[in-house]
Design a protein around this ligand. Structure first.
Ligand code: ATR
Length: 279
């Protein structure tokens, strides 16, 4: 069998996913290809979907800005993806499209791999910065891992509230302004920056100031272009432990690849290579 895989999104010309999945194919000793299928927002999405259906893919990834929009074209939706409200992986089998979300588990697995200690205490205090799609997935993953003290800081209160509802009656989430988060940073064991702020070309932008950060915290940023965001750089200057965004990218890809091929490829040793590619 020759796997026909790809990625839809916009803009995606610079995406690392083709490189990652071609490495996976090689490692799994499988034949196939992973192609960029850029869909310009000016084009008709529905027509592009028909084209994709006719192209008989075995599976594809979905990235910004189509993670929600793809959902109406699926035949089946995984429960996690449904709760998160976003799909980043589609499996195509016997003409049926099934949607999954591997971003949240990619984040959790990567965090577990780098900082297993935080998982030894589910009462660790966690701060999420941002309340967009990425934050929702990560919050969902942390709840699934039974963390009980997760706060959210966001510019728009109502967006944070919408995410906190995921916790239901078990919720112990405080919602705060970005300023409040800045002033309370020292109380968190893990701080996760989930917005696109700091991404190239605006590499000096930061969601919050880290002046109150404690050196014993773990600081994570989902932005990986650049790898060493200003946020992470300043956190490391304060002595904090760093969790890089590109590691999440690798693990979400690992799960997507497993959904398509039933093969789990090792990724630990690819982090360095990916880092070099992105630098
Ligand atoms: P994604 O789905 O990629 O996470 P998104 O849904 O657009 O992206 O979410 C973007 C996040 O970045 C939100 O938390 C947003 O804050 P609001 O909920 O207030 O919109 C945050 N964000 C974007 N631009 C921002 C800015 N200039 N300052 C502070 N937060 C910002």
């Amino acid at each position: 069998m020759k796997y026909k895989l790809g990625l839809i999104g916009y803009p995606i010309k610079q995406s690392m996913s083709p490189w990652i999945h071609k490495q996976f194919l090689k490692r799994a000793k499988l034949e196939g290809d992973y192609s960029i299928q850029e869909i310009n927002p000016d084009e008709s999405f529905a027509e592009e979907i028909v084209r994709l259906r006719n192209s008989r893919f075995d599976g594809f990834n979905v990235t910004v800005p189509y993670k929600k929009r793809i959902m109406q074209y699926l035949d089946q939706l995984d429960e996690d993806a449904q709760t998160i409200g976003a799909v980043n992986t589609v499996v195509c089998r016997n003409g049926k499209w099934m949607g999954y979300n591997t971003d949240w588990i990619g984040f959790i697995t990567s965090l577990k791999h780098h900082y297993p200690s935080i998982f030894q205490n589910r009462r660790s205090k966690i701060l999420l910065i941002g309340a967009g799609g990425a934050a929702r997935g990560i919050y969902y993953g942390l709840l699934k891992e039974k963390f009980t003290r997760i706060d959210i800081a966001n510019r728009t209160h109502s967006n944070a509230e919408a995410i906190a509802e995921l916790a239901g009656a078990n919720g112990r989430t405080s919602i705060m302004t970005l300023k409040d988060a800045e002033n309370n940073l020292e109380s968190y064991d893990l701080i996760i920056q989930t917005t696109n702020i700091g991404m190239k070309p605006n590499v000096y932008d930061m969601t919050i100031s880290l002046s109150q950060l404690h050196g014993s915290s773990i600081v994570s940023d989902i932005v990986y272009q650049p790898i060493n965001t200003e946020f992470l750089y300043q956190a490391s200057q304060k002595g904090a432990s760093i969790h890089y965004g590109h590691t999440m990218l690798l693990y979400q890809a690992q799960y997507a690849f497993e959904l398509w091929t039933s093969k789990k490829v090792p990724v630990d040793d690819m982090e360095e290579q990916l880092r070099h590619k992105l630098e």
